[in-house]
Design a protein around this ligand. Structure first.
Ligand code: XIL
Length: 377
């Protein structure tokens, strides 16, 4: 029943008032469309009961389109993260002329609805401005990166709850000391620049929580063993440099049909927690391209995969919460990715908690149940 619970009441109020607020901020002259009914007791409520958080990735285009998809975000999430809008290749297309207007659309949505904002990402080897590429291959790389981190974190000072300061700096297949990624430098640069990025971010916004974020550390393969070791090694190195690193973001793009070793994953999380770091699952989705074709079996396989992963992850009290990379299947990045990576895949992927019509799926239930089963923080 809507209204019986204070959290549900908040949902209804924010849904009605807040969506209109964003339309007004965007300067739209047409009256705001009626707000569709908001489903009660979202994932954020299941998370909040355990002292945890639930959020999702959104885009500026989704914010501009508004409607039921954004009402669902407000119902389900307490935190949002922009997809590409804060990435360097978007914010500084012209050298020396940073333009945060697209990112501001997402920030305004978060503010209008009382959602925490994650910053993503200070430095990443992908989505770079074209003009920066040659400079990153030369001796001025570090100064350039530090200036970018200082600028973006400073721009959003006081508004971003938590930053992915550096994203995906580990790549064991590059065979470098510390498993550090060669791109975008094309030469070994060491971990010192990463420590400096954290110092720069801290100077630019001393109140923000600062995270290192990476992928491919969930499963039981030799490569993922190497990645886990690389990530732990980097975190230790950052601590040695007295870098203000507060947490590890685990992207957790998981998938059906892969080998998960709960004991190994548990030990990895415990090792991170023992360094005094927070942990957040930051980009969760469950690829179903290896699952059976019929939708009921696929959705069940996705939900099962999520449960075995999340039950293990949430057992670790340092894990503060979960963000999905998108909320509804219709917006999943995997629909663009996997037809390329897996040519045999001929059906639209269903990796997120809501289906194309924004209905809650078995994956939604699996996430809710995993929160319910988690020890309180
Ligand atoms: C993805 C976006 O979702 C896509 O729209 C974009 O084309 C590429 O980047 N790991 C990350 C995210 O840290 O920034 C990526 O986001 C997905 C993988």
């Amino acid at each position: 029943m809507i209204g019986a619970n204070p959290l549900d009441r908040r949902t209804a109020i924010l849904g009605a008032a807040g969506l209109i607020g964003v339309a007004a901020t965007a300067g739209l002259l047409t009256p705001a469309a009626p707000v569709p009914p908001i489903a009660p007791y979202g994932l954020r409520c299941h998370a909040a009961r355990r002292g945890m958080s639930f959020g999702c990735e959104i885009t500026s285009a989704q914010v501009a389109a508004g409607g039921a998809a954004m009402a669902a975000v407000v119902a389900e999430a307490d935190m949002v993260v922009p997809s590409v809008e804060m990435k360097w290749g978007v914010t500084e297309q012209v050298e020396g002329r940073p333009d945060y207007s697209v990112a501001e659309t997402v920030a305004a949505f978060a503010k209008a609805h009382g959602l925490r904002l994650r910053g993503h990402a200070g430095f990443w080897y992908l989505n770079l401005p074209n003009w920066a590429r040659p400079e990153l291959a030369g001796p001025g790389a570090e100064a350039l990166i530090l200036a970018r981190v200082t600028d973006v974190v400073g721009h959003f000072k006081g508004r971003v709850f938590e930053w992915d300061v550096v994203n995906e700096a580990i790549e064991p297949r590059d065979n470098q000391a510390g498993a550090l990624r060669l791109a975008p430098f094309g030469r070994p640069v060491g971990a010192g620049y990463i420590a400096d990025c954290f110092h720069a971010a801290h100077d630019a916004d001393p109140a923000a929580w600062l995270f290192y974020n990476d992928f491919g550390v969930e499963y039981d393969t030799e490569l993922e063993d190497q990645r886990r070791a690389g990530v732990i090694g980097l975190l230790r190195e950052l601590k040695r440099h007295r870098a203000p690193v507060h947490g590890l973001g685990l992207q957790s793009h998981i998938g059906v049909g892969r080998r998960f070793n709960a004991a190994k994953y548990r030990a990895f999380l415990a090792e991170v927690a023992a360094l005094g770091l927070k942990i957040r699952i930051t980009e969760f989705d469950v690829a179903d391209n290896m699952a059976p074709a019929d939708i009921a079996s696929r959705d069940a396989a996705v939900a099962n995969e999520a449960r075995r992963f999340l039950d293990t992850a949430f057992d670790e009290r340092a894990v503060e919460g979960l963000l999905c990379w998108g909320l509804s299947d219709r917006d999943s990045w995997l629909r663009q990715q996997h037809p390329v990576r897996v040519p045999a895949d001929r059906y639209p992927e269903r990796p997120l908690p809501l289906d194309d019509e924004l209905r809650r799926k078995p994956l939604w239930q699996a996430i809710a149940t995993a929160f319910d089963a988690a020890p309180s923080r």
